[in-house]
Design a binder for this molecule. Structure first.
Ligand code: FAD
Ligand code: AMP
Length: 482
């Protein structure tokens, strides 16, 4: 007799495991199927985010940031360090430990919430039936009232630079280098390319980022992107814009290197690297997930087609996370997972897709939510802008970490906050204050009338909000109305 559940979730990344836990909390019998095997060939839950994404990349960013701090930023405090050295294998092992702790944690959450975690490959073979193929090849069918597809995404590879995970790696391979490459190439100046490029640049690699587009970070507010380019270039990232990679040649020598061919405004170019990270984006992953007979629709880019509530075209089958439209971000998938679970329990939960925060975890961090100036201009919306540089923040100066700025944009007529754009230390956490404010439809005046602790980095938000209405206290006011 086939196992029966109210809900079967395929995939245990942040979208899938959150959906499964919330379903179980709401009293639905739930299973979550996961095929991921870790380096020790053990099933682990947590998907890309925990295993090879958000968490390991932040672990390496934090380690490499501490290295730079120790090497460059201690003397000013009067702290003398004779010699700073990096032990890369220890850094990688610490990263693995953090990953392990969190994936074991998800398993624990499954147990605590009575979610059945099932190891193996799940395939939707009918709208209420999933075939599970275990790693030993054995198969079983599970029936479910509802199925949630959460199979995530994988790195895109491009024909000019085939991945061998040795000299030419994707984001997963870039988390595993056992020594600092002397010359590191990165293809793609997106979030992942900049984060991973930063890790290895901080540790001493000579990093060149080749980006096909002429604009740097086109999704980011222009003023913030310009500041980011300046700061990251100063940190030693050689970012070449308008450089499209067209081919590559691996050397045959014992110590492998790769020659990358690219085209820029000056014509055909060549550059040699010891390692190359290909970070040109991610694509939805649906391999062996769907039997054609079920008839789940995908869009032209391979994403499973869903409506605003993450329902597919087939009744009782839902899809969440990177495998559906929208930004490929862990928190976006988690909120979708909660939304679907709660809707199955007859709640009217809805994700607010207008307020998905984005963060690039370089140092300083780059974080934004809502509309930027360019988008508002294109829409013909009148707005006020308030900015505040961290160079004028007492807390930032005390911490000797005062690069960057906060920019707040408010509707000129209603004063409602339309967007917040930050480059600075702890930008991700600061931004969240504005995400909450915007979720409650706050105006710039509301923020201006709110008391902020002194001294704190968040005072920059307060001042930017005051500046939007022309009465910042700790900076000259140049009210800008567009
Ligand atoms: P995934 O996390 O990809 O999980 C899908 C899971 O489904 C996988 O475990 C897979 O094995 C499993 N699966 C697939 N098909 C099947 C099947 N048929 N049967 C069983 N199991 C299956 N996002 C952020 O928000 N913040 C960050 O800082 C951030 N940093 C990142 C850094 C890097 C280097 C990378 C690569 C990504 C980063 N992301 C970040 C993106 C983030 O990891 C993804 O948006 C997120 O993991 C997507 O979650 P998901 O649950 O949709 O899919
Ligand atoms: P993201 O999708 O944010 O991770 O960014 C990936 C980046 O890689 C995009 O900015 C693309 O323009 C860039 N890219 C894609 N293909 C190439 C290529 N052949 N050469 C250089 N850059 C590329």
């Amino acid at each position: 007799m086939a196992k029966q559940y109210d809900v079967v979730v395929i995939g245990s990344g942040p979208a899938g495991y959150v959906a499964a836990i919330r379903c179980a909390q709401l009293g639905l019998s739930t299973a979550c199927i996961e095929k991921w095997l870790n380096k020790e060939a053990k099933t682990v839950f947590g998907g890309t985010c925990l295993n090879v994404g958000c968490i390991p990349s932040k672990a390496l960013l934090d380690s490499s940031h501490k290295y730079v701090e120790a090497q460059q930023h201690m003397a000013v405090h009067g702290i003398k360090i004779d010699k700073v050295a990096m032990d890369v294998p220890t850094m990688i092992a610490r990263k693995d430990k953090v990953v392990n702790q969190l994936t074991v944690g998800v398993k624990g959450l499954f147990t605590a919430n009575q979610v059945d975690g099932i190891a193996g490959q799940g395939k939707l073979i009918a709208k209420d039936k999933v075939l599970v193929t275990a790693h030993d090849g054995s198969q079983e069918e599970i029936t479910a009232k509802y199925v949630i597809l959460a199979s995530g995404s994988v790195p895109v590879d491009i024909p000019p630079t085939p991945i061998d995970q040795e000299t030419v790696v994707d984001s997963t391979g870039a988390l595993e280098f056992q020594e600092v490459p002397k010359r590191l190439g990165v293809i793609g100046a997106g979030v992942i390319g900049l984060e991973l490029g930063s890790v290895w640049a901080r540790l001493g690699a000579e990093v060149t980022v080749l980006e096909a587009l002429g604009d740097f970070l086109p999704a980011v507010d222009r003023q913030i992107a310009k500041e980011a380019l300046k700061i990251l270039s100063r940190q030693g990232l050689h970012i070449k814009l308008g450089a499209r990679v067209t081919g590559s040649k691996l050397s045959k020598a014992a110590k492998k290197s790769i020659t990358v061919e690219y085209t820029d405004a000056e014509g055909d170019q060549k550059v040699q690297f010891d390692k190359l990270i290909v970070a040109v984006g991610r694509r939805p992953y649906t391999e062996a997930l769907l039997d054609d007979s079920v008839g789940i629709e995908k869009d032209e880019r391979g994403f499973i087609r869903v409506n605003d509530q993450c329902a597919t075209n087939i009744p009782n089958v839902y899809a969440v996370g990177d495998v559906v439209r929208g930004p490929m971000l862990a928190h976006k998938g988690m909120e979708e997972g909660v939304m679907v679970a709660e809707r199955l329990a007859d709640k009217k939960t809805q994700v607010n897709y207008d307020l998905v925060p984005s963060v690039i975890y370089t140092h300083p961090e780059i974080a934004w939510v809502g509309k930027n100036e360019e988008e508002l201009q294109a829409a013909g919306t009148e707005y006020n802008v308030g900015t505040f540089p961290f160079a004028a923040s007492g807390r930032a100066l005390a911490a000797n970490d005062a690069e960057g700025m906060v920019k707040l944009i408010a509707d000129a007529k209603t004063d409602r906050i339309l967007g917040c754009h930050i480059i600075g230390a702890s930008a991700a956490d600061l931004l969240q204050e504005m995400v909450i404010a915007m979720e409650f439809s706050a105006s710039a005046e509301d923020i201006g009338l709110t008391m902020f602790s002194h001294p704190a980095l968040s005072e920059a938000l307060h001042e930017a909000a005051l500046a939007a209405n022309g009465h910042a206290i700790h900076i000259g006011n140049r009210k800008r109305r567009k």
